[in-house]
Design a protein around this ligand. Structure first.
Ligand SMILES: C[S@@+](CC[C@H](N)C(=O)[O-])C[C@H]1O[C@@H](n2cnc3c(N)ncnc32)[C@H](O)[C@@H]1O
Length: 282
């Protein structure tokens, strides 16, 4: 687990706790993106599927409903999220789904075991993306496909950008450098293309999925969720009490400004990245 120790500490720690405790919320937030991912797959009812960074398993369960006679594996670093994933899959009667705690970068997957690898925002955190993507590729049969969702740049993702702006409190906040592990690591098309190519994939395609993210019924409801995000806690941690109160008021106002008849929504933009393991791959 040493290769992604920092991410494991977060996801198997406080960040994972937050996602596990708010599983329904997080799964609702990204629902439209997940539909785009599932819609891009050519799943059969007997497909073998691996879901990388499956979290609480929303995409895993959706894939398992299509691959009803196949075998579906979800892997993740977070014990607490996997516990929720197992409970939710069992509640849905999906007994052909397994979940395993694993670092996808180094996990000794069975070779050539799967027809499809998917990831819904779970493949952006690798310390060594080329090694991780190559490790995932070796778990795929020759000719099998990969489909990932990963966020495009911060400026296109109002759901992070507006929260950061609200909480900036006069500070100039650093923008994560492209390629560094985190939500925006795959935002740069050229970097991501070079990683996938180096990892041995072919027939690469990156297409933009632009959808709103849903955060709550109204501003109060959304605030109860967004004000507890890891990113929110991080941004207010160094502020004094008065500045923290102002920043959180500003966050509430931002959410109020985004109230719609369907609830509080903020714009998001992701790459839907598809690629194949070459037929001649070993
Ligand atoms: C943004 S969450 C997405 C979770 C889930 N796919 C979803 O759509 O709700 C990212 C997930 O990737 C997992 N993750 C990060 N690095 C990983 C790694 N090296 N191996 C396996 N999972 C990883 C985290 O534990 C976390 O559950």
């Amino acid at each position: 687990m040493a290769s992604n120790a920092e991410m494991a500490a977060a996801w198997d720690g406080p960040e994972g706790d937050h996602w596990a405790d708010n599983a329904g919320r997080y799964e609702a937030t990204s629902e439209r993106f997940r539909s785009a991912l599932l819609g891009a797959l050519d799943l059969r009812d007997d497909s073998g599927v691996v879901d990388i960074g499956c979290g609480t398993g929303a995409a895993t369960r959706e894939a398992a409903r299509i691959a009803a006679k196949g075998a579906v594996l979800g892997v993740d670093l977070s014990r607490q999220m996997l516990e929720v994933a197992r409970a939710r899959a069992a509640a849905d009667g999906l007994d052909h789904v397994r979940f395993e705690r694993a670092d996808a970068q180094v996990h000794p997957f069975d070779r050539a075991a799967f027809d499809v690898a998917i990831s819904c925002f779970g493949a952006m955190f690798f310390a060594d993306p080329v090694a991780a993507l190559a490790n995932i590729r070796r778990s795929l049969r020759p000719g099998a496909s990969l489909a990932l969702l990963a966020w495009r740049d911060l400026a296109r993702n109002e759901w992070v950008d507006a929260v950061r702006t609200a909480l900036a409190a006069g500070r100039s906040l650093p923008v994560p450098p492209p390629g560094s592990p985190g939500p925006f690591s795959m935002a740069d098309r050229h970097i991501t293309t070079s990683w996938l190519t180096e990892a041995g994939y072919r027939d690469l395609d990156l297409s933009s999925v632009d959808e709103p993210l849903w955060f709550g019924r109204d501003a109060d409801d959304a605030y109860s969720f967004v004000s507890t995000f890891g990113v929110t806690r991080g941004l207010i941690a160094d502020l004094d009490d008065a500045a923290r109160t102002d920043a959180l008021d500003q966050l509430h106002q931002t959410l109020k400004d985004h109230e719609t008849p369907d609830g509080v929504t903020l714009a998001g933009s992701a790459w839907l990245i598809t690629a194949n393991n070459p037929e001649e791959a070993r």
